[in-house]
Write a protein that binds this ligand. Structure first.
Ligand code: SIN
Ligand code: CO
Length: 377
C-alpha cells in the first residue's frame, strides 16, 4: 500500500498523515468514507451468525422502566431470543465477523495501513430504534463505520471516568459530550482510546467497528517468557552453578547472593539471544484466536490454480529474521524470505512466484495448504 496517497476512506488524508495527526491522538469524522456503502451481511445473516457458538456475541437491552435500566446477555442467541424488531432500545453486537465472512475480511484489510499486529477484528452491531450501549470509553482505537441507517454519535474527552453503579455494563455516570454527529451509511468516525462516546440509533441501524489490539506489558511479558521458557535449556545451556569461593556459612538457610547472580545471568542470556525474543513475540502475535479452527485441505500448491491466497483466518507476519504464521516461526533469508514476506503483505502469491521459491519453501507452503492455512484460487 502506498501510504502517501490520499484516501477517500480517510477523508482525503494519506494513511501517513492520518497516523501522524489522528492515530491515538484525536477523532476524525469522514463523510462518505465509503460512498454508497451497502451492508455486507443483512440483518438475518447477522442474527444467524449470533446463533453460532464459535462466534462471540452480546446483547444489550434498555429497560427504562426498570432498575438498573439495562440488561446484558452473552450469546449464542437463538432467533427467538431477540426482542421484537419494533421494540426500541436494544442492540446485538457480533464480534470477529471478519473471521467468518470474506467480504468483511476484505473490508477490514482496507485498514492495513496500521500494522497487522495491531488490527484486531471487525464487530457488527445491529440496533433497533434508540438502541446503543450507553456512554462509555474503550481502551483501544476504533473506526466506527455506519453500514445501514442513521446513528447519532456524541463524543467528548471526558475527565470524570466514574461509572454508573450496579449496571451490568461500563456506562459513564456523568458523560459530558462535546461534539455530536449523525452518521449515515458510508460515513465513518475514528476515535482514539479513552475518548468517550455514545451512539444512539435513529431508526434501525447497523454499525461496523474496526477494532485494534494493544498488548499490555504484563500480558506480553507472560506470553513471551512462557515461550522463552520452553527453549530455556537450548538458549542458555545447562552448565552447573559452581562456587569454589563459597565461604563457610553461619546462617545456612540464606540463599547465596552469587546464586541470584547466576540466575540473573541465565535470564540475561535468554533475553540477549539475537533470535529468541523476536521469535517468541512473532509466535504470540500470530497465534489464532481461541475460537479459530481450520478445515484441512488436500489441494496441491503446484496444482492447477493460478495463485495461492491466505485463508481469512490466517495470521502471517514477519520480522528481520523470521516468518510467522498461525503461531509458528520459521527462519528465512534470501529469495524465500522476500517471497514469504510478499505473501504475508499481499496475502496472496502468484503461482509464478511460488515457482521461484526453493523446494524447501514450496514444501512448507504445501503443508500450510494441507492445514487449510492457505488455498489455491
Ligand atoms: C455499537 O456499535 O453499538 C457500539 C460500538 C462502540 O461504541 O464501540
Ligand atoms: Co465503544
Amino acid at each position: 500500500m502506498n501510504v502517501d496517497l490520499p484516501l477517500q476512506l480517510l477523508g482525503g488524508l494519506s494513511p501517513q498523515l492520518f497516523m501522524k495527526r489522528h492515530w491515538q491522538k484525536k477523532p476524525l469524522l469522514v463523510r462518505q468514507a465509503i460512498p454508497g456503502f451497502k451492508p455486507l451481511l443483512d440483518r438475518s445473516a447477522l442474527f444467524e451468525m449470533a446463533a453460532d457458538e464459535d462466534v462471540q456475541s452480546r446483547m444489550v437491552i434498555q429497560e427504562p422502566e426498570q432498575v438498573p435500566g439495562w440488561r446484558f446477555k452473552h450469546g449464542p442467541f437463538e432467533r427467538r431470543a431477540f426482542p421484537a424488531l419494533k421494540r426500541p432500545g436494544w442492540t446485538l453486537l457480533v464480534q470477529g465477523v471478519d473471521l467468518h465472512h470474506n467480504a468483511v475480511h476484505d473490508l477490514m484489510n482496507q485498514f492495513r495501513f496500521v500494522p497487522d499486529a495491531r488490527l484486531d477484528d471487525l464487530m457488527i452491531s445491529y440496533a433497533s430504534d434508540g438502541g446503543g450501549v450507553g456512554p462509555h470509553t474503550d481502551s483501544y482505537d476504533v473506526f466506527l463505520l455506519q453500514a445501514h441507517g442513521r446513528r447519532r454519535w456524541r463524543i467528548g474527552r471526558q475527565k470524570d471516568t466514574s461509572l454508573q453503579p450496579d449496571v451490568p455494563l461500563k456506562i459513564l455516570a456523568n458523560f459530558v459530550p462535546e461534539q455530536e454527529f449523525v452518521l449515515e451509511a458510508g460515513d465513518m468516525l475514528y476515535l482514539p482510546p479513552r475518548y468517550a462516546h455514545d451512539g444512539i440509533a435513529e431508526g434501525e441501524c447497523m454499525t461496523y467497528s474496526i477494532g485494534f489490539r494493544s498488548p499490555n506489558r504484563g500480558e506480553l511479558a507472560r506470553e513471551v517468557l512462557q515461550r522463552l521458557a520452553e527453549d530455556a535449556e537450548d538458549l542458555v545451556g545447562e552448565s552447573l552453578y559452581r562456587d569454589p569461593q563459597q565461604p563457610a556459612v553461619s546462617r545456612s538457610s540464606e540463599i547465596p547472593p552469587q546464586m541470584l547472580e547466576f540466575a540473573h545471568d541465565a535470564l540475561r542470556g535468554a533475553l540477549q539471544d539475537p533470535d529468541a525474543l523476536g521469535r517468541a513475540l512473532g509466535e504470540y502475535m500470530t497465534e489464532p484466536k481461541a475460537s479459530v479452527w481450520f478445515d484441512p485441505g488436500n489441494e496441491s500448491v503446484d496444482g492447477t490454480s493460478e495463485s495461492i491466497r491466505l485463508d481469512r483466518r490466517t495470521k502471517m507476519m514477519f520480522d528481520a529474521r523470521h516468518i510467522f504464521i498461525n503461531g509458528e516461526s520459521f527462519r528465512a533469508g534470501g529469495r524465500d524470505a522476500t517471497l514469504m514476506r510478499q505473501l504475508a503483505d499481499e496475502r496472496a502469491l502468484s503461482l509464478k512466484d511460488v515457482g521461484r521459491a526453493s523446494a524447501e519453501a514450496r514444501a512448507l507452503l504445501q503443508t500450510w495448504c494441507e492445514a487449510g492455512w492457505l488455498h489455491g484460487v
